[in-house]
Design a protein around this ligand. Structure first.
Ligand SMILES: [Zn+2]
Ligand SMILES: [Zn+2]
Length: 378
């Protein structure tokens, strides 16, 4: 009897749940759709400048990718970027672009304006090594740089006021065994014909190129060089797509252009930041808060919370006599490493005062990282 009652009740409940469909012709199942929202990547502004998240190397169907230009804007919006440059190859793709290298920019621009993404007109000067591939950014007319001679092409870009970027210097397609600065690169550099270098491209890192940037005061870049849809490339659950951080006075195309020519960039990929010490230091200290707690141990060490307000993990290294992590010790070669996980707090026991540290994932060279200090208040 009880069983029968249960069956009757469940049939009744079942009929109720079907009865909620009032429109029998078309039911909108909105709960299956992706949330329309934008990622917020927490990287602080630095004193005097806004930190803009930019990507200066993307392809579309108007060179050799399958992606429509407006989709690049939607991806950039969703991924939390402030600005992108679409940089289709400046080689003949007449079948799709009718010989007009401005097409992808012109199609993408209205969508960029709707979503508040700063879109920069660009093109990739695609030549054999040497000198290889160069992105021309802030072009006025991408068609004018479609000339066979690489130097003539770069010179035309420069005539238009372009910022020129040496792309993927260590790409195996052109430098199979090594990443070399060749005589022609020296000539171009001495003639002020290129202004920046990609040290991260797609999934690659060229540490030696970071040293070139640091030694010659060249701003470093990190770009996806994506040909396919971003979601088919990167593991969005565990990482953030490559991007170049630009420290600009204002969030406009002009502001970005000025910042690039004034060499205010940091390359960001795979939880590494690479660039000048002053920028890395400002980002680190802008991200980490030190909060004293009311507890002191017998040895004079006090308890502090280190709160990481950014979306970067910081790997700190310091002298173990001076501080030790409360929760766990990761001891490497007599040094104490502490991980400040993104968006979380860590407990630290330290003597009040200044302690020298290194931040291992903030790179100032192929084998150098940021050295700074933490001040633990009394
Ligand atoms: Zn290329
Ligand atoms: Zn490319």
């Amino acid at each position: 009897m009880k069983k029968l009652l249960l069956i009757i009740i469940s049939l009744f409940v079942l009929s109720l749940s079907y009865a909620q469909f009032e429109n029998m012709n078309n039911v909108q199942m909105l709960e299956t759709m992706r949330d329309i929202s934008r990622d917020v990547i927490r990287i602080p502004d630095i004193p005097g400048y806004k930190t803009l998240k930019c990507e200066f190397h993307i392809h579309t169907v108007f060179s050799d990718g399958p992606v429509w230009p407006t989709v690049r804007i939607d991806e950039a919006w969703s991924d939390g970027l402030d600005a992108i440059a679409i940089t289709d190859h400046i080689v003949s793709h007449r079948r799709v672009n009718q010989g007009d290298h401005n097409t992808s920019y012109d199609i993408a621009l209205p969508r960029a304006q709707e979503l508040g993404i700063i879109l920069i007109r660009g093109g990739e000067i695609t030549k054999r090594m040497p000198p290889g591939h160069f992105n021309a950014l802030f072009l006025k007319d991408a068609n004018a740089i479609d000339v066979a001679d690489p130097v003539a092409s770069i010179k035309e870009a420069k005539k238009q006021g372009a910022f020129v970027l040496w792309n993927h210097p260590g790409w195996k397609g052109q430098q199979p065994d090594t990443c070399i600065w060749l005589d022609m690169h020296e000539e171009l550099f001495q003639a002020n014909l290129f202004d920046g270098i990609e040290i991260f491209n797609a999934r690659e890192f060229y540490p030696v190129a970071l040293d070139w940037c640091m030694d010659r005061d060249i701003p470093p870049f990190s770009n996806s060089d994506s040909h396919y849809a971003m979601l088919s490339h990167y593991d969005y659950e565990h990482s953030i797509r490559p991007m170049t951080l630009v420290f600009a006075e204002e969030a406009t195309e002009e502001g970005i252009k000025k910042a690039l020519f004034e060499k205010r960039t940091v390359a960001f990929f795979n939880n590494y930041l690479a660039g000048k010490e002053e920028y890395l230091e400002a980002i680190f200290h802008g991200s980490v808060e030190i909060i004293p707690k009311d507890f002191t141990k017998d040895d004079g060490k006090k308890l502090y919370l280190l709160r990481n307000n950014s979306d970067l993990d910081f790997i700190l290294s310091g002298n173990m006599d001076e501080f030790s992590e409360g929760i766990r010790n990761l001891q490497i070669d007599g040094w104490n490493n502490v991980k400040l996980t993104r968006g979380r707090e860590t407990v630290i026991l330290a003597k009040p005062g200044k302690i020298d540290i290194a931040v291992l994932n903030l790179l100032t060279g192929s084998s150098d990282h940021l050295k700074t200090d933490l001040t633990f208040p009394e």
